[in-house]
Ligand binder design. Sequence first.
Ligand SMILES: Nc1ncnc2c1ncn2[C@@H]1O[C@H](COP(=O)(O)OP(=O)(O)OP(=O)(O)O)[C@@H](O)[C@H]1O
Ligand SMILES: [Mg+2]
Length: 372
Amino acid sequence: MDGDSKGGQPLDINLLNEVFEAVNRTTESLKSSYDILQKKLEQTQELLDSVLDNTNSAIIACDGKKGVFLKNRRAKELIGEMGEEKIFRILAEMTSPGVHDYGDAESKRYFRLSVSALQSDESDGFVYVMDDITRLKRLENERLRNEKLQLMGEMAANIAHEVRNPLGSIELYASLLSRDLEKDAEKKRLAVSIIKGVRTINAVISNTLLFAKEIKVNPSKYVLSDIVDEVVLYLQHIIREKKVRFVNRLDENHTILCDADMYKQVVMNLIGNSVDAVKEGGLIEATSSMNGETTSLSITDNGSGIDKDMLSRLFMPFQTTKAKGTGLGLSIAYKIIKAHGGDISAESNGKDYTRFTITVPGTKRPEQEALL
Ligand SMILES: Nc1ncnc2c1ncn2[C@@H]1O[C@H](COP(=O)(O)OP(=O)(O)OP(=O)(O)O)[C@@H](O)[C@H]1O
Ligand SMILES: [Mg+2]
């Protein structure tokens, strides 16, 4: 008997080889399919990561026990910015979707949050999607504030219009009265103080109107020192009354491009403020510099100075330390200088040195000049 066949079919070695080869081929093909699958999986993972990382929303996935198992780039940035503990406190507090705010008034941040349940074979949990909409919210608040201001402006304009007419009559009658009272000095003084009072109210109204309305400038070229001379002449009486020394160090070659009436109003308020701030015999100095296309005017005084707190609020409306001030002078100056495409700044040591600098275009750019 044939030892290899042991009572069954004889083993066909060729067939066996073929079977082995077929198994080998299948294994190879399985392996390469597995490799392809693995590569596809990696690519999908990469795609998913890139989608997650390129969105502006912070995405954080937690399992049932609040353990984080996924956070995208924006979430990592937010955690880096605010600290992990804070972020998870925020998430714990924001239990419902919607817009939530966090932090106190000055550093308040706004987040739009959506939460969805995560159910998979491996874990149950939540996916949080957070959008930091602080900037958007600020813009919206600013828009609301501007709308309110505009409404206030319109109201102020209406009131001013109604008040101005009777004021005109009061001033007229008071001047007639003061003329009639030529021989009675005491009564004449009273009539004159009515006229002064009316003029103050008129100035307040003009300031309020100017503050409320949009400023449009129509600039022309002027010699800076001419403009300042005119203002100083106009303020001569208060300068003399307080025996203030006004030193003019302006360069006569420095020019500015401005709406003269408006620019004068700014300079008038700056010098007026300095006169108010200095003691009798105080010093006010005007200097200028021309730098490329811009010209700066600085008004420096050795008056009371401005403390840090006031310095930070200086250009906001209704900030005044004066009994008779409207606190609108510098906020109007700010609007006027900005309308010229310029800048206004203040520095002070808080005790005996204050300097305001206004910068506006000094000359037309060559191509503008050529157009004229
Ligand atoms: N040169 C200065 N030295 C010290 N304090 C100043 C000076 N300039 C401005 N200030 C401070 O800034 C405040 C605001 O000035 P601003 O010109 O806006 O209003 P005002 O002078 O008070 O009132 P208004 O100009 O409407 O009459 C002043 O009340 C004053 O406290
Ligand atoms: Mg003022």
